[in-house]
Ligand binder design. Sequence first.
Ligand SMILES: [Zn+2]
Length: 238
Amino acid sequence: MGKDKEIQPAPGLGASFEKTPRATLQLSTKAQVWGHQSEASWEPTGEKWQAIGGREQVLQQLGSRCAFCGLATQGLQVHSRDDRHLRVDLDNLAAADALCHGWHHLGELAAGDGYLVYLPGLSPQDINHLQRTLLIALSSDDAELREDARALMAWLVTHRDYVMRGWGTYEPAPFAQAIARLNQVEGDPREEVFAGLAVVFHPELMREDTRKWSRELQAHHPLSQWKQVYHAVMHSPA
Ligand SMILES: [Zn+2]
């Protein structure tokens, strides 16, 4: 059979499956700077930011989407990829939304600010998309929508019980301490050690960001349609 008889795939076939590779989202905590007691000295000075063009300009350069979950929002934050905030150079910086960024700052969460939950069936990115949707719904004016969101949020939080059974705690602080110790271990065992773990944040902690997301999302997806979507999903026969 001649080569000209071969069936050639149409150009562009599969283009809709293309995805921008995203950074892996895993639990982390801000690196301490040895010999510096105060946390302020773990942060770069204004001059250090100015040397690479200023903090706000850097954030613009990092793009309009979260490097971890792909969310497009005006409310992105500057994240230090290796958790060393003093290393201010573009290779080490990424834009992250408040939820994905929060996963990297476990040491700064007080008791009750968030819980570690065990949800092995969901990707960390999907957990954050779900949690964001629930936060927006919880802050809506629609009582029925808030009730649905509260029930789903409660379901998410029940998964902290598995963490309590396996680790003896679901508070973020002890995990931050464990991560600081693991950082001194050769290689990075975190992905294996913490597989299936996720952070669910207290809605109050994300209030400002929720307001922003809510405004941005409502411009595209009016909340009045969400109820139908929620009921279609929850009561689907499949
Ligand atoms: Zn994100």
